[in-house]
Design a protein around this ligand. Structure first.
Ligand SMILES: Cc1cc2nc3c(=O)[nH]c(=O)nc-3n(C[C@H](O)[C@H](O)[C@H](O)COP(=O)(O)O)c2cc1C
Length: 196
């Protein structure tokens, strides 16, 4: 069973995110997503946070991508936000659950048309013989959907990272950083401070 975050945890995240936005940090919603591949080998890349609620942290991607294949085999993930200008990071460990079709459809429909076409055209993480091959696919898909809405491809959807550990890290002088850790235990969320 997964227990949602407490309102206090979500608020702590949202306050940091808001500070990052106020500080005009570009792509404050960019986060490193680490997955585990075959034999438990880690790999990481950046994705964008598209929603955060008590249930977790949502991102979207191509389900056939390398990360998509990792997640199909092993839902365990780790996320890192680093907001340099604030000297803050947020570290999240947990597992992914697919978002609902309704949620994915709604988000896909809100994306610019070019990104919708791109979601069809890109065979994310597969070998591309030449850039022209991608451009040709885009032309073909633009023609296919000319004059009508672009539907969400089945291979493109989102995941909600359901946390079991969330750490808020605040950089302080002399490296005496503040670390506040929330971890799921027997009785629910436990809050503790960690040495820097
Ligand atoms: C700032 C930034 C944001 C990105 N956001 C996403 C995203 O939301 N979803 C996604 O699939 N890829 C995103 N990417 C591309 C990924 O980092 C990665 O190249 C791609 O998803 C393929 O990863 P994979 O081969 O490990 O599956 C982003 C890259 C950058 C630099």
């Amino acid at each position: 069973m997964t227990i949602p975050m407490t309102p206090a945890m979500l608020e702590r995240f949202q306050q940091g995110f808001e500070r990052a936005r106020q500080a005009d940090i570009p792509e404050a919603n960019a986060m490193t997503l680490a997955t585990a591949g075959p034999q438990g080998r880690p790999s990481a890349r950046t994705v964008l946070l598209k929603d955060a609620d008590l249930g977790g942290f949502v991102f979207y991607t191509n389900l056939n991508s390398r990360k998509g294949r990792h997640l199909a085999d092993n839902p365990a993930v780790s996320l890192v936000f680093w907001w340099r200008e604030l000297a803050e990071q947020v570290l999240i460990d947990g597992h992914v659950e697919p978002v609902s079709q309704v949620e994915a459809d709604a988000y896909f429909a809100s994306r610019p048309r070019g990104s919708q076409i791109g979601a069809w055209a890109s065979l994310q993480s597969q070998t591309l013989e030449s850039r022209q091959d991608l451009l040709d696919r885009i032309t073909e898909i633009e023609a296919r959907y000319e004059g009508r809405e672009v539907p969400r491809p089945e291979h493109w959807s989102g995941f909600r990272v359901r946390p079991r550990r969330v750490e808020f890290w605040y950089g302080r002088e002399y490296r005496l950083h503040e670390r506040i850790c929330y971890e799921l235990g027997e009785g629910g969320w436990q809050e503790s401070l960690l040495y820097p």
